[in-house]
Design a protein around this ligand. Structure first.
Ligand SMILES: Cc1cc2nc3c(=O)[nH]c(=O)nc-3n(C[C@H](O)[C@H](O)[C@H](O)COP(=O)(O)O)c2cc1C
Length: 177
């Protein structure tokens, strides 16, 4: 699939066929995510792949908009390592690019999946603190590992409607606002 076509045709997929995704295909998808840009090139991402149906079904009790994850072939928890990300913690400076880096990696992952005919849906975790905490506890993640997004993956069992044109020329500001 050509890159521009992939970007324009990707849609959130929430219904999946009962079909596993080969490990080699998952590895390629994660590889694409790892080629994303990151602040100071810190590449602070980590990827936890869960296929256990019980855990997939329980995710809805942690993040209520993930009920369809139970039917996914797997879920990728995109995580950020806050010990590796580009950040500052000083008197007058408090920032961390970890979520930004993870968001970019998540988009790369979803586009790579789509290029292989695999559907996905970005389900938010960070910055919702209670969900971050609950995921960390459920999945036994170390303190420095911040669960950023829950991404169910699976071969699509739906063809979502193509959205009305999202292209809004008035949102482009040429040279001045
Ligand atoms: C930060 C973020 C959080 C999201 N969380 C959820 C979610 O919890 N559950 C869900 O079904 N979709 C979730 N979505 C998917 C959006 O609903 C979806 O991307 C949007 O409606 C546009 O549709 P499209 O992905 O098909 O283009 C999330 C998307 C983003 C970017």
């Amino acid at each position: 699939m050509e890159l521009m076509e992939g970007i324009l045709t990707r849609r959130s997929i929430r219904r999946y066929q009962d079909k596993k995704i080969d490990k080699s295909v998952l590895e390629e998808i994660i590889k694409a995510a790892q080629f994303s840009p990151s602040a100071h090139n810190k590449q602070p991402w980590e990827f936890l792949i869960i296929e256990d149906k019980e855990i997939l079904a329980e995710l809805r009790y942690i993040q209520r908009w993930t009920s369809f994850a139970k039917d996914a072939a797997c879920v990728v928890i995109v995580c950020g390592d806050t010990e590796k990300s580009f950040s500052r913690s000083k008197e007058n400076e408090e920032w961390d690019f970890v979520d930004v880096d993870c968001a970019i990696a998540t988009q790369s992952l979803m586009l790579a999946a789509w290029s292989k005919g695999i559907g996905s849906c970005y389900c938010g975790a960070a910055p919702m603190q209670s969900i971050v905490d609950a995921l960390r506890e459920k999945l036994q993640l170390p303190e420095n590992i911040r669960p950023f997004a829950i991404v169910p993956l699976g071969y699509p069992d739906e063809t979502p409607k193509h959205p009305d044109d999202r292209y809004k020329p008035e949102k482009i500001h040429w040279g001045k606002w």
